[in-house]
Ligand binder design. Structure first.
Ligand code: HEM
Ligand code: HEM
Length: 201
């Protein structure tokens, strides 16, 4: 019964929003409907946590000299750990996913129109999250394995590195799909706005 009442209330609100949007009126939003953005914020905070612990580790002298000895920042497998893994977990996981949440929150506030698709917003989150976590993990694991081989038996590095291409391509593609879904959702929202602005009210 309670669920039914909630559904009626949610459906009424959704109809009112739709009507407001169709009439080119500002949409009244509640805090409730932005709750799906909490996972973006959690992922951003988690990424900054991982990225800054990573950052601190890579300035500890023992770790730093190991990284230097395996070719970090440029010239050897250490490149994958510092700067690539560190930069992307912070900039993609921390900054970009936070940027996505900001866009999804701000666009309706600024334009008075709802986001084109909440389903696409969910997709953009999950593809980007799975992409960045697998990208980071792959860079870290290949960096460590290839780095240790580089020191102990450099001739073996290519036998591991041949798996790097396929693994990093898959994770980078998942990441890119997340970015493009986000981009498409924003562009489609803008298209909705301009189409409604053109139509007679
Ligand atoms: C506790 C926090 C952090 C520490 C201790 C730290 C430390 C470092 C260190 C030691 C380097 C490597 C420099 C080199 O080898 O040339 C580096 C590179 C980098 N860091 Fe951080 N970092 C931290 C947080 C962040 C955050 C929050 C971001 C982004 C929002 C970030 C973005 C980058 C980028 C993009 C690079 C690569 C720069 C390049 O292209 O050479 N870092 N960081
Ligand atoms: C689909 C998403 C992305 C993919 C697949 C990707 C992939 C890459 C790759 C392969 C490199 C290494 C190039 C090299 O070997 O030197 C790179 C470098 C870099 N990327 Fe990304 N990237 C993505 C998104 C981003 C975003 C959104 C940012 C910033 C907000 C960023 C910041 C950087 C930086 C700062 C470097 C240089 C790191 C350094 O060598 O010092 N990337 N990226």
């Amino acid at each position: 019964m309670l669920g039914h009442t909630r559904c009626i209330s949610a459906c009424t609100k959704a109809r009112a929003r739709y009507a407001a949007s169709a009439m080119n009126q500002p949409v009244q939003t509640s805090h409730h409907e932005h709750r799906y953005l909490v996972k973006f914020l959690i992922m951003s905070v988690l990424s900054f946590f991982i990225g800054t612990v990573h950052g601190l580790l890579q300035v500890i002298p023992a770790v730093r000299s190991w990284l230097d000895s395996i070719g970090s920042p440029y010239g050897g497998p250490g490149h994958m750990i510092d700067p690539l893994a560190h930069a992307h977990i912070n900039l993609v996981g921390g900054v970009t996913i936070l940027g996505m949440a900001v866009t999804y929150y701000m666009l309706p506030k600024v334009t008075g129109k709802p986001i084109h698709s909440h389903r696409l917003a969910e997709h953009s989150f999950w593809w980007t999250t799975v992409g960045v976590l697998s990208f980071y993990t792959a860079l870290l694991i290949f960096g460590i394995i290839e780095g240790n081989l580089w020191l102990s038996d450099p001739a073996l590095v290519p036998s591991v590195h041949r798996f790097y291409g396929p693994v990093i391509s898959v994770s980078a593609s998942i990441l890119a799909i997340g970015f493009w879904i986000y981009l498409a959702n924003v562009l489609l929202t803008l298209k909705d706005i301009y189409r409604n602005a053109d139509s007679p009210s």
